[in-house]
Write a protein that binds this ligand. Structure first.
Ligand code: CA
Length: 266
């Protein structure tokens, strides 16, 4: 058995000590072969669960960063630029949903949320916040590891992916969006988008195939407290279609989902 102390990325304090059996043979060094393994940030306030998650992730060959409250989680996400975030919904200092929403404003990094139970409200809230997946507690560690692997593959994160290369560029066919510079291109040509148009398109493009209600879009773009008119969403969709659709009256990229809202087709 090997004991490993995982340091909190920000403070350098030990955040968790985990044990793992070396005979599995998939330590980060073994997997990496000189190339950096993907970094997974775990934000979880329950000590035993945090340790179990770290232990399993290390065994699978990932680099692990940890945080035990929401504010610290956001700080570590910004400093460590992980390839994937496992985020508990209920956290001290800052709610997991709020952390998710804040990360999503800055990055397209895959976020897997841990919910306290199979409560629909957690799932809906998580979707609205821009999470990519959910696992209800209690969960099977094997299943969770499979989800992590699948999400990393989907975001084209391989073990060869350089850590710190925060996935900040969204691509969908000939559409490209740089979330850092807020620049978008279509077929290599710069797209002139207003800030809200950019945010709306980024929201849709980062969740291809997922239908968003007008209320969800309002909350994402204007915040929870905004008591606005959902027609603002329709107007922005229309403007976007005029800019990115070949024929705005017969949109192929952004579909209207009858009775629901809008969906990016990918
Ligand atoms: Ca918790």
């Amino acid at each position: 058995m090997l004991r490993v102390t995982l340091e909190d990325a920000d403070s350098g304090r030990p955040a968790a000590e985990v044990s793992f059996s070396a005979r599995r043979g998939t330590s980060p060094a073994a997997l990496g072969g000189g190339m950096a393994a993907p970094t997974v940030l775990v934000v979880e306030d329950e000590e035993h669960l945090l340790q179990a998650l770290c232990s399993s992730l290390v065994q699978e060959g990932y680099q692990v960063k940890t945080a035990q409250d929401g504010e610290q989680g956001l700080e570590v996400a910004r400093s460590a630029r992980p390839d994937l975030v496992i985020l508990d919904v209920r956290l001290p200092t800052m709610d997991g949903r709020e952390v998710c929403r804040s990360i999503r404003k800055e990055s397209a990094v895959p976020i897997l949320m841990l919910t306290a139970g199979d409560h629909e409200i957690d799932r809906v809230a998580g979707l609205e916040m821009g999470a990519d997946g959910y696992v209800s507690k209690p969960f099977s560690m094997r299943e969770l590891m499979a989800r992590v692997k699948a999400m990393l593959c989907r975001s084209r994160m391989t073990p060869n992916h350089a850590p710190g290369d925060w996935p900040k560029v969204l691509r969908a066919g000939d559409l490209e969006m740089d979330l850092t510079s807020h620049a978008a291109k279509l077929q290599g040509q710069p797209l002139d988008l207003k800030p809200k148009e950019f945010d709306l398109l980024a929201l849709l493009v980062s969740h291809p195939g997922q239908a968003f209600t007008r209320e969800q879009v309002l909350q994402q773009l204007w915040g929870y407290d905004y008591a606005g008119d959902t027609r603002a969403v329709d107007v922005h969709i229309r403007w976007l279609r005029e800019k990115i659709e070949e024929d705005p009256s017969h949109p192929r990229r952004i579909s209207t989902v009858r009775g629901v809202g809008y969906r990016f087709e990918g």
